[in-house]
Design a protein around this ligand. Structure first.
Ligand code: ACO
Length: 359
């Protein structure tokens, strides 16, 4: 039987930091409120294109796997903030990486997008369609976040994470998965009009930012992340006690804590970095996985659970048997360019746009 092992991992975070103190200057909020309600202290704002972040994360993942980009068979890019509708962002990334032998496509399942993509990529490897796949989660949520709306401005940030998965005969990688959606609840978390839906027209600040019914999404996130997490543990033939590390979507520290409590997992078995980056949607899980590896939180043979939840409303969970290697084969010096601009200068186009009529 063909399995698919995670052999490389990487991340890219823009250097520009938006702190809670910065947000206090933009909306009626406070560091205390944001910290107590979400666990977030700061987030990153991109000063370049999304696929620039994806490229840096991918170069680190390729180096960690000891691969060259021309060895890739496929690029699967998860995003809900693509650079364009045509082409898919994966095409831009393929060109940046010069991955001349790869196919490339985007997959959008909002914050669940990386886990959906990881499961899809594993299935493609198991089916013999591909041997080596780059799976990326990348978001430039600052494009669709109204930083003058305190309900959402505090939550979202930009970033990218990437993994390489490769075919192996060893019984490692994805052991069980659950992919779910309740498409009757789309209005709880959406950008009301920011695509081809409805009457075509110029981008309208009143309908082009993320809207969120926070409490309802919160409740559903806790329920679906814990239920789908428990389901994949059971389907993998594991006990919850066997789980070494939960790598959850980072939407809110309280959601993570409540989901872990329901799963009966001690906080020492849960990886969080939400304080530093906020919610980067499909990028949270691969960034968190990369940092867990960097911090020595993953040991050879560990049993991991990925669990995500997001717009759609979608959810996804994966039981992942880690392989023997937790160190990168090689490293890359790829990095995002530094900027002299202040965070408010980087945010200026966003603030100008939403000042014109955002909610
Ligand atoms: N600063 C200060 N006060 C605020 C802020 C703010 N930024 N935002 C809201 N408040 C106020 C409200 O107006 C309300 O005041 P009131 O009691 O006078 O009416 C009070 O604080 C409480 O508001 P709630 O909305 O009840 O606050 P809650 O504890 O639910 O936290 C939050 C809000 C952080 C948005 C939370 O509901 C949440 O995290 N929800 C889930 C988000 C999520 O999971 N997203 C998942 C995926 S995202 C994706 O797919 C793109």
């Amino acid at each position: 039987m063909r399995y698919a092992e995670i052999t490389g991992w990487g991340k890219a975070l823009p250097p520009t930091v938006l702190t809670n103190a910065d947000l206090e200057q933009l909306v009626d909020t406070s560091d205390d409120w944001i910290t107590a309600r979400t666990g977030i202290k700061e987030r990153r704002i991109a000063n370049g294109e999304a696929t620039e972040m994806a490229e840096v994360a991918s170069r680190h993942a390729l180096a960690a796997a000891g691969l060259q980009s021309e060895q890739l068979d496929l690029i699967l890019l998860a995003t809900c903030s693509p650079e364009s509708l045509v082409p898919a962002s994966a095409s831009y990334l393929q060109a940046r990486l010069e991955a001349v032998n790869a196919g490339a496509m985007d997959l959008n399942a909002n914050c669940s997008g990386f886990v959906y993509s990881y499961v899809t990529a594993t299935a493609l490897i198991a089916a013999g369609v591909a041997d080596r796949i780059l799976v990326v989660g990348v978001e430039k949520l600052s494009f669709i976040t109204n930083y003058l709306d305190r309900n959402t401005a505090i939550l979202f940030g930009d970033g990218a994470g990437a993994v390489i998965i490769e075919a192996t005969e060893e019984p490692v990688g994805l052991m069980a998965s659950e992919l779910g959606v309740d498409g009757t609840t789309t209005e709880l978390l959406c950008t009301p009009v920011d695509g081809t839906r409805g009457v075509p027209g110029p981008r309208d600040p009143a309908t082009s930012s993320i809207t969120l019914q926070g409490q309802e999404v919160f409740r559903r996130a806790v329920r679906m992340m814990s239920e789908s997490g428990a389901a994949v543990v059971r389907d993998a033939g594991w006990d919850l006690d066997d789980v070494d590390l939960l790598v959850p979507h980072q939407a809110n520290q309280r959601i993570i804590d409540a989901a872990a409590r329901r799963l009966g997992l001690d906080s020492s078995k849960v990886f969080t970095n939400i304080h530093a980056y906020g919610n980067t949607s499909s990028a949270t899980v691969p960034i968190a996985l990369t940092e867990a590896l960097e911090q020595g939180r993953v040991a050879p043979g560990d049993k991991l659970v990925f669990a995500a939840f997001g717009g759609g409303l979608t959810w996804a969970a994966a039981a992942v048997q880690w392989g023997a290697r937790v160190e990168p084969i090689s490293t890359s010096d790829a990095a995002l360019p530094k900027t002299d601009k202040s965070v408010m200068e980087v945010l200026k186009p966003n603030l100008d746009f939403f000042q014109k009529g955002g909610r």
